[in-house]
Design a binder for this molecule. Structure first.
Ligand SMILES: *[C@@H]1O[C@H](CO)[C@@H](O)[C@H](O)[C@H]1NC(C)=O
Ligand SMILES: *[C@@H]1O[C@H](CO)[C@@H](O)[C@H](O)[C@H]1NC(C)=O
Ligand SMILES: *[C@@H]1O[C@H](CO)[C@@H](O)[C@H](O)[C@H]1NC(C)=O
Ligand SMILES: *[C@@H]1O[C@H](CO)[C@@H](O)[C@H](O)[C@H]1NC(C)=O
Ligand SMILES: *[C@@H]1O[C@H](CO)[C@@H](O)[C@H](O)[C@H]1NC(C)=O
Ligand SMILES: *[C@@H]1O[C@H](CO)[C@@H](O)[C@H](O)[C@H]1NC(C)=O
Ligand SMILES: *[C@@H]1O[C@H](CO)[C@@H](O)[C@H](O)[C@H]1NC(C)=O
Ligand SMILES: *[C@@H]1O[C@H](CO)[C@@H](O)[C@H](O)[C@H]1NC(C)=O
Ligand SMILES: *[C@@H]1O[C@H](CO)[C@@H](O)[C@H](O)[C@H]1NC(C)=O
Length: 504
């Protein structure tokens, strides 16, 4: 009962336990080019058939006979086979033992395809089995690479070599592994459906530096010249490991600046440039340049470049300083104040770097020089001499600007006006400066240059006074009860005025 014995492993598939036409071949089998392959095969035929004049068999390539008369791979009755199989094929099995095992030598990639067996038991008892073995002829070993390789995570790469050629046993070697950190190797032998595959698995932990590196697997048959190699390039995903930006820098207001950001990651990150909470620019690239034109002081601050590629996120910042000359200072309005009042004049401005502030009165330095945003000039109990133009000057290395105000000191002249008396001999000369609207404006002030001297012709008196409006001057001689304001008989009188100062 041959038939039942053979059926035992197939009981689940074949419902009818009695013998039918049936073949058993591996569905898939592979081999390396120029080596050989043995396709294991057993078959059965209905138990009622008595083979007539022996059992014959034919192997076909591509499709089952008689569809389009496929190429003959091997035939027991004659040695007529298709050109591409001449001298290459041999039946290893004994057909009387229902063993149709086929050897193909020196195979090439053109021999890849489906192989069908046809049993010929004589007379009408011929049958082409619809089951086939699909042969893959490889010119390179296969490497199993995970869909995603992530840095710092354990990686397993497996290289496969078919082992279906009885006289030749392959060996597997990994190539270009010198730079890998402690790779571990293990081999395995997989037998399934009477076909065998040898495999070698390499295990290591890739680092970002291994991205783009070449790795290879070499399959060879010892004592032959047959060598097969496959190279792969590692695509190691890693989070951003550096985000490079320019060093902090300074720019002049109104100029342009280019800020560059470069991120090292795989895959390329989404790079964004942030200014505070505001995203100014983003792109998916390894580097992004942010260009700022006509820069204003409002654009001074921290710029942050963020790289995010899904595996991690990283950022780096820089400070952009915007330089500009001082703005025109803000000072108090011009004012008229009462003599003796204390007051504070304020001057403020902006500039970068911070400007120094200086107060000048009628061109002369007053107060202290400050480097603050605000300079306050304190004037305690202002005197008529405090009257004048006050200018605040702001300066930095990029320029200067100033603003001014006028202070008019108001006084009540009758209390202030001191006659200037000079005694020459018995005569007393009193010089009086008057000013018609004295109570509204600046009181006349007699200047030190005023004096009387004895000359050959008599007495010469000079009087100088300032005030606003300019004072008129008259000389008064109390002993004679005479007031002189113009040339009159015995007195020569000259006046000269420049708007503020009168001289007589
Ligand atoms: C068929 O023949 C081959 C070659 O002689 C042999 O290795 C194999 O074991 C045989 N198969 C069975 C099922 O006997
Ligand atoms: C290769 O050839 C050498 C010398 O002929 C022999 O010792 C060795 O066993 C052979 N190796 C294989 C795998 O056939
Ligand atoms: C930033 O770096 C890039 C590249 O090195 C350079 O071209 C650019 O001028 C730099 N920008 C500044 C503001 O330094
Ligand atoms: C910046 O990225 C572009 C492509 O986005 C690339 O061609 C260029 O080489 C990169 N520049 C640098 C300095 O990496
Ligand atoms: C930049 O990174 C630091 C720490 O990694 C984080 O605290 C900060 O919030 C990040 N800044 C931005 C703008 O994402
Ligand atoms: C000058 O202006 C400042 C600020 O506006 C003010 O506080 C100060 O009182 C003003 N000074 C005078 C004398 O008006
Ligand atoms: C201050 O007075 C001068 C001279 O009288 C005048 O030229 C100038 O415009 C005045 N300045 C202000 C701010 O009023
Ligand atoms: C000076 O003259 C005025 C009027 O012209 C008169 O009132 C006054 O008494 C005179 N004084 C003397 C000292 O003569
Ligand atoms: C001189 O004073 C007299 C009396 O006050 C006046 O009438 C006259 O106009 C004055 N002359 C001049 C030139 O001011």
């Amino acid at each position: 009962m041959w038939c039942l014995e053979l059926l035992l492993p197939l009981l689940l598939i074949i419902k009818d336990a009695s013998c039918q036409w049936n073949v058993w071949v591996p569905r898939d089998i592979s081999a390396m080019t120029n080596s050989c392959v043995v396709i294991p095969c057993t078959f059965m035929y209905p138990s009622g058939i008595r083979p007539y004049r022996g059992i014959h068999g034919i192997w076909y390539f591509g499709q089952p006979y008689p569809q389009l008369f496929p190429p003959v791979v091997f035939k027991t009755r004659t040695d007529i086979v298709h050109e591409s199989y001449k001298g290459r094929t041999k039946l290893l099995g004994d057909l009387h033992q229902r063993n149709c095992t086929l050897l193909i030598n020196n195979i090439g990639t053109e021999h890849s395809g489906r192989y069908y067996f046809r049993a010929d038991l004589g007379g009408a008892n011929m049958y082409t089995f619809p089951d086939f073995a699909e042969l893959k002829v490889l010119d390179q070993p296969n490497i199993d690479v995970p869909e995603e390789i992530v840095s710092d995570e354990n990686l397993e790469l497996t290289c496969y070599a078919p082992d279906n050629c009885p006289d030749m046993t392959p060996e597997i070697q990994w190539m270009y592994t010198d730079y890998l950190p402690n790779p571990e190797f293990s081999s395995d032998y997989l037998e399934e459906s009477n076909t065998a595959v040898l495999s070698s698995t390499m295990t290591f932990t890739p680092r970002p530096m291994h991205n783009g590196q070449l790795l290879g697997c070499r399959v060879y048959y010892p004592n032959t010249t047959l060598v097969y190699e496959r190279l792969i390039s590692l695509d190691v995903k890693y989070p951003p490991r550096s985000v490079w930006v320019n060093v902090s820098s300074e720019v002049m207001e109104g100029s342009s600046v280019m800020l560059h950001c470069e991120v090292d990651s795989n895959p390329a990150p989404r790079i964004s440039w942030m200014f505070g909470d505001q995203e100014l620019l983003w792109d998916t690239a390894s580097n992004v340049s942010l260009s700022l034109d006509d820069v204003t002081p409002a654009q001074e601050g921290i710029y942050t470049c963020i790289g995010d590629n899904g595996y991690g996120i990283m950022n780096t910042s820089l400070y952009l300083a915007v330089k500009y000359p001082p703005r025109e200072p803000t000072v108090n309005e011009s004012m008229t104040i009462l003599e003796g009042t204390s007051l504070a004049l304020h001057c403020s401005t902006q500039g970068s770097p911070a400007p120094t502030l200086t107060w000048l009165k009628d061109g002369e330095l007053v107060g202290t020089i400050t480097a603050d945003e605000l300079s306050v000039l304190e004037i305690v109990e202002i005197t008529p001499q405090g009257d004048g133009q006050y200018r605040c000057l702001a300066e930095n290395e990029h320029g200067r600007a100033s603003s001014s105000l006028n202070i008019t000191v108001e006084c009540e002249c009758f209390t202030v006006l001191q006659p200037f008396e000079i005694h020459i001999g018995l005569n007393k000369c009193v010089i009086v400066a008057l000013n018609s609207a004295a109570s509204l404006y600046r009181c006349p002030v007699l200047l030190e240059e005023s004096k009387c001297t004895v000359v050959r012709e008599g007495v010469q008196c000079v009087c100088m006074a300032t005030g606003n409006p300019e004072p008129t001057i008259e000389f008064y001689l109390p002993d004679f009860n005479v007031t002189i304001n113009e040339t009159d008989g015995r007195y020569n009188f000259y006046t000269h005025t420049d708007g503020h100062t009168s001289q007589a």
